[in-house]
Design a protein around this ligand. Structure first.
Ligand code: DNO
Length: 348
């Protein structure tokens, strides 16, 4: 297992020198953030991340994310060029020593929350999702006002996209992810890269948009589309765990050592009616049994990259929502300890 930490580049308030001081940290998870989605990343930009990490004693072996252009998800006639560009990024990242690429196939929205500064009883705050609040928003009818929504689309563009996805439907999205994988996985194999799709967060459809990377059955279907180790998963416990229908250790057992390439470990407190709040990482602080999850990973031969996922904002820190330094560092230290105990307890 290699413990890693997400870094948003030079503008990230968390510096590489902070990251290197977290015990047992081996590397960063990062990306070229300012090239428009669908375009090729300049080699020198990739190299700049690698050398900034290296000069802080850190590896750069995981990219999160190479985003997938909406046109690829929609399968528009001109999406071939965008898939070619995606493949070129995979080749370039492989040459730069990257081993895993995390990406998602969620239409329009990535993770979705109704609150970014939900107050917790201990005075810290964290991201939260309230299903009723989200259901009450209707982006097709009114201006969307969601915390964290980056407003990359105008109201008219957003309506257009919602219509296109309505016509595409769930099976259409499956067809398009298959087309994407059939093009990208062979290139990933040649480039020494493992692709690791991130589950949909939360793991159910929102605003009528299809979402397919949501539960055990769908993950199994996804892996079979191109049944090769390079077509794998980012196992995100907070995303999948928001669905009480997902039994995380059982899912880890099903996808085992060779299809889970990257793990986001985060705890959440599941609240009534499809809601959740993000919590501190230890099992005692939320609804997920982090020991059972880490044990299932260990027992199933997981030997990939882990990162502590979203943390709370504590000790007055003001940072990027979900990505402050302090609580993620505490999370990393807890998870490293958990892993050591499991490993030593197993006698290996
Ligand atoms: C949220 C993250 C996601 C993830 C993407 C991967 O904090 O886990 O935004 O990076 O879905 O493409």
């Amino acid at each position: 297992m290699k413990m890693t930490f997400r870094w948003y580049g030079e503008k990230d308030p968390v510096s590489l020198s902070n990251i290197r001081q977290i015990p047992c940290m081996t590397g960063i998870v990062s990306a070229v953030y300012d090239v428009p989605v669908g375009e090729v990343w300049p080699t020198e930009r990739i190299e700049a991340i690698r050398s900034a990490a290296a000069s802080n004693g850190l590896e750069f072996e995981v990219v999160e994310s190479v985003p997938v252009h909406e046109k690829i998800k929609l399968g528009t006639p001109d999406s071939g060029r965008l898939i070619d560009n995606y493949c070129e990024n995979v080749r370039r990242l492989g040459k730069a020593g990257v081993k895993v690429i995390c990406y998602n196939f969620m239409p329009v929205f990535d993770w979705l929350r109704s609150e970014l500064e939900h107050q917790l009883p201990d005075g810290s705050n964290a991201l939260a999702y309230d299903h009723k609040t989200v259901l009450a928003l209707n982006p097709a009818e009114s201006e969307l006002s969601l915390p964290g929504w980056d407003e990359s689309y105008s109201k008219t563009e957003l309506r257009g996209l919602l219509k296109q996805y309505e016509a595409l439907d769930t099976e259409g999205l499956w067809k398009n992810v298959q087309r994407f994988l059939e093009a990208v996985i062979p290139v990933a194999e040649e480039s020494g890269i493992k692709m690791a799709i991130h589950p949909d967060d939360p793991p159910w459809p929102i605003f009528g948009l299809p979402r397919i990377i949501t539960n055990q059955e769908n993950l199994a279907r996804f892996l079979k589309l191109v049944d090769r180790p390079a077509n794998g998963l980012t196992f995100c416990t907070g995303s999948l765990g928001a669905g009480p229908f997902n039994e995380l250790p059982k899912m880890i057992k099903a996808f085992g050592g060779n299809r889970i390439h990257f793990v986001h470990l985060r705890n959440i407190t599941v609240t009534p009616d499809n809601g959740f709040q993000e919590s501190a990482h230890p099992s005692a602080c939320g609804s997920l049994d982090m020991y059972a999850i880490a044990k299932a990973l260990f027992d199933n031969g997981f030997d990939g990259y882990i990162r502590p996922d979203h943390g709370r904002m504590i000790w007055g820190e003001k940072g990027r929502y979900g990505y402050g330094l302090y609580d993620r560092a505490l999370g990393a230290t807890y998870l490293t300890g958990l892993w050591e105990a499991i490993q030593k307890g197993s006698g290996k």
